[in-house]
Design a protein around this ligand. Structure first.
Ligand code: COA
Length: 188
């Protein structure tokens, strides 16, 4: 899968499935880690500079097993400027029909339609794999995530974990659990 996508301001980015080699090429892992640190306010991980090697090892471990995860990303001039990851758990038999995902977009490319594009692609991939339900979570207060997930992608709120997140500004916030049935036969 590889396709061109036109952002709202006319810039064209490449969308493709991401593999370990995409992060190894052009110092992409370091580039991504650097911009993730700039958008980490509502991310569970901080992406501190001193953790870069540890974080890289962790990601490469995940990427090495395509039975448990699929990453798709957007590239501008060969640099990864957004990604969405779908995690599946084939070893947890009772929940193997459920996929979970996360997403992050480079600050200069946010609010240009990439979030919607990547999540629609991820949903289609999940359907092809036979996944019946998608789940995700976000910290209360993450307005753009809330709009993208609930209004644009039609997820519903399934729960709220009180004061689960301690943001970098010292504020405790709730974690909102969301879900979407993507195989209607589940509800028959
Ligand atoms: C949340 C995030 C993934 C959204 O991705 P995105 O590419 O900016 O989203 P889109 O451009 O597809 O926007 C979808 C909708 O959200 C709203 N939106 C997105 N960013 C917004 C912003 N900065 N201000 C106001 N509304 C915004 C818009 O209403 C938009 O709909 P529209 O295109 O009809 O106007 C992105 O902001 C991001 O990476 N944030 C930092 C990391 C993060 O918080 N990840 C999620 C953790 S749960």
């Amino acid at each position: 899968m590889i396709e061109k996508f036109k952002l709202k301001d006319g810039r064209i980015v490449i969308i493709k499935r991401l593999f370990k080699s995409d992060y190894e090429n052009n110092n992409n892992y370091e580039f991504v880690h650097n911009w993730l640190r700039k958008v980490n306010k509502f991310l569970a991980k901080d992406f501190n500079e001193e953790d870069i090697e540890k974080d890289k090892k962790e990601l490469y471990q995940i990427l090495s097993n395509d039975k448990v995860s699929i990453f798709i990303g957007a590239l501008d001039d060969k640099k990864i400027i957004g990604s969405a990851s779908l995690m599946i758990n084939p070893f947890n038999e009772k929940e193997s029909h459920v996929g979970t995902w996360g997403i992050a977009i480079h600050p200069n490319f946010q609010n240009h339609g990439l979030g919607v594009k990547l999540l629609i692609l991820l949903e289609n991939i999940a359907k092809e794999m036979g996944i019946k339900k998608l789940e995700a979570e976000y910290y209360d207060g993450n307005k753009s995530a809330e709009i993208l997930y609930l209004e644009k992608m039609k997820y519903t709120v399934e729960g709220r974990k009180k004061y689960t997140g301690l943001l970098n500004d010292g504020i405790y916030t709730d974690k909102i659990l969301i879900g979407k049935i993507i195989d209607k036969t589940l509800e028959l």
